[in-house]
Design a protein around this ligand. Structure first.
Ligand code: E4P
Length: 222
C-alpha cells in the first residue's frame, strides 16, 4: 500500500518524507489556503522537488474547457503532477480527455460506488473516496471503500483506489486489509501509525535494565 501525505505544508511534507516511507502527496484548495504561499504553481513545483512520487494538484474550474485548460497547465509543472478533478459531469468528460492526452488524474470528492464506477470507466488514474467525511454523517466510510475495491476487482479496472479523508490509524489498518492501493493521510496520522504504548514501555524497561547491567559490570566483571 502506498502512503501519500494529505497536506500542502512544505515542512510537514519534508518531515514525512524524511521517514523514508512517503510515496506521494495530495493537496486540495482548502489545504492550499491553510498552507499559504503566494503562487499555486510554484508551490506545487516545490512539493514535487521534495517528494519523488505523485503529487495531486486540484483544478478549480467546474466547466469542461476550464478543467482542461487548468489541468494541462498543472500537468506541465512537473512530470509527477496528477491533475485532481471533481466528480461532476464535466469532470468525468475531462477525465476521458486527459486520459487520451496521457495526463494522469485523481478523481476527487467520491462518495458512492456508482460515482467510482463512472470515474473508472472514464479512465481516472486514481479515485478518491472520502471515508472520513462519510463517517462524519453517520454512514460507513470503510464500507464505501470496500465496495469500490470489489467493483473494480469484478471488472479489472486499472483505476487505483486512493482512500482519502482518513482520520485515524484504524482507517489505515482496515484499508490495508481491504487492499486499497493508496492511503492519503495527515502527518499526525502517519506519526500515530508507529506508536504503541507497549513499545515505549518495553523500550524504557530494556534501557533501564541495560544501564543496571552496565553498572553491575563495572563492579563484578573484570
Ligand atoms: C483528499 O485528497 C482530500 O484532500 C482529503 O483527504 C480530504 O480530507 P478531509 O475530509 O479531512 O478534508
Amino acid at each position: 500500500m502506498k502512503f501519500f501525505i494529505d497536506t500542502a505544508d512544505l515542512d510537514e511534507i519534508r518531515e514525512a518524507n524524511a521517514m523514508g516511507v512517503l510515496d506521494g502527496v495530495t493537496t486540495n484548495p482548502s489545504l492550499m489556503k491553510k498552507a499559504g504561499g503566494a503562487d499555486f504553481h510554484e508551490h506545487i513545483f516545490r512539493i514535487c522537488e521534495i517528494v519523488d512520487g505523485d503529487v495531486s494538484a486540484e483544478v478549480t474550474a467546474v466547466d469542461y474547457d476550464g478543467i482542461m485548460e487548468e489541468g494541462r497547465t498543472l500537468a506541465g509543472i512537473h512530470k509527477n503532477v496528477v491533475v485532481k478533478v471533481p466528480l461532476i459531469m464535466d469532470g468525468i468528460k475531462a477525465l476521458k480527455s486527459f486520459k487520451e492526452q496521457g495526463i494522469r488524474t485523481n478523481c476527487t470528492l467520491c462518495f458512492s460506488s456508482t460515482q467510482a464506477l463512472i470515474a473508472a470507466k472514464a479512465g481516472a488514474t486514481y479515485i478518491s473516496p472520502f471515508m472520513g467525511r462519510v463517517d462524519d454523517i453517520s454512514w460507513d466510510g470503510l464500507q464505501l471503500v470496500e465496495d469500490i475495491v470489489e467493483v473494480y476487482s469484478n471488472y479489472g479496472f486499472e483505476t487505483q483506489v486512493l482512500a482519502a479523508s482518513i482520520r485515524h490509524p484504524m482507517h489505515v489498518a482496515r484499508c490495508a486489509q481491504i487492499g486499497v492501493d493508496v492511503a492519503t493521510m495527515p502527518l499526525a496520522v502517519i506519526s500515530r501509525l508507529l506508536k504503541h504504548p507497549l513499545t515505549d514501555n518495553g523500550l524504557e524497561k530494556f534501557l533501564a535494565d541495560w544501564a543496571d547491567y552496565r553498572a553491575e559490570g563495572e563492579t563484578v566483571r573484570p
